[in-house]
Design a binder for this molecule. Sequence first.
Ligand code: KG4
Ligand code: ZN
Length: 336
Amino acid sequence: KGDIAILAIESSCDETAAAVVVNGRDVRSNIISSQIALHTLYGGVVPEIASRKHIEKINQVITEAMQEAQADWADIDAIGVTYGPGLVGALLVGVAEAKAISYARNIPLVGVHHIEGHISANYIENKELEPPFLCLVVSGGHTHLVKVLDYGKYEILGRTRDDAAGEAFDKVARAIGLGYPGGPKIEKVAHEGNPHAVEFPRPKIADGEYDFSFSGLKSAVLNHLNSCKMKGIEIVQADIAASFQKAVIDVLVGNAMHAIEKYQIDKFAIAGGVASNGTLRGAMEEECRKRNVAFYHPSPILCTDNAAMIGAAAYYDYRAGIRSGLDLNAVPNLKL
Ligand code: KG4
Ligand code: ZN
């Protein structure tokens, strides 16, 4: 028949997701059951609760994905599943489910790296995008500047030495009383604030040209809040949010443009939850335009965790002959 249809499953953090993707770029269904409301009560993702919720939801999410795609099991050429990195108990639910379907229905299994999934989200809406290109992956757990040399072939130019960009958003949001998840909430209130109200540091790593560090910036925000309290200065949430967001964006844009110039990159993409930030997207777009670099980004729904991106990545792995056995295990700290 020629076409390759993948049923993809994602459960690495707090979204239970399944999708049917044909030939890596044609999304026939993309079902996401979000646990965010549940974890908001605790100010962050509670791993034990995440695992239990995945178990409750996973069969329903897969059934919906198959129905919406009008797919029969006989149409599915492979099951793609995230096996790392992520929360081990959360990952295990998706991996066990994928293995069970693979065994029971005799369908090949392809284990997918979560970051490879985020990068591959760019293929879905940009049909012309092909490697090589540079990709900045910014999520709650990762901040990686990656050269995509070919499908499934990556070279990491830089990474965070401490907190991920999304983690910094979440921690600062909590400190200024915005709650979880911090990214979207900071972006929203930042629209009302002055990004130059507080000059937070733009941390640079001396010995790692393209590496990132966000914990110092987070501390600077906390110190600023404390000193305002001590001096009785009123804290303007929107100004802090806007100034912090500007500092993160300046660092991300600065590093990416430095690599673009050094390696003479002509195609640049962003990915991961933080890539859904419209102010970041706008800044990247403008800097790319100045340098005549083609800029790519997924729609917000494909930036945050989803299974369509896992289906896109699984397709290229499948095409390269990669298959996982029934001994596939969850690997919480899986390397790219
Ligand atoms: O990719 P993702 O859904 O999960 C991980 O793989 O980590 O990313 C979630 C992260 C969270 O830290 C969240 O605060 C951040 O992405 N995020 C944002 C925005 N939307 C989500 N950060 C900044 N601006 C946003 N609009
Ligand atoms: Zn993710």
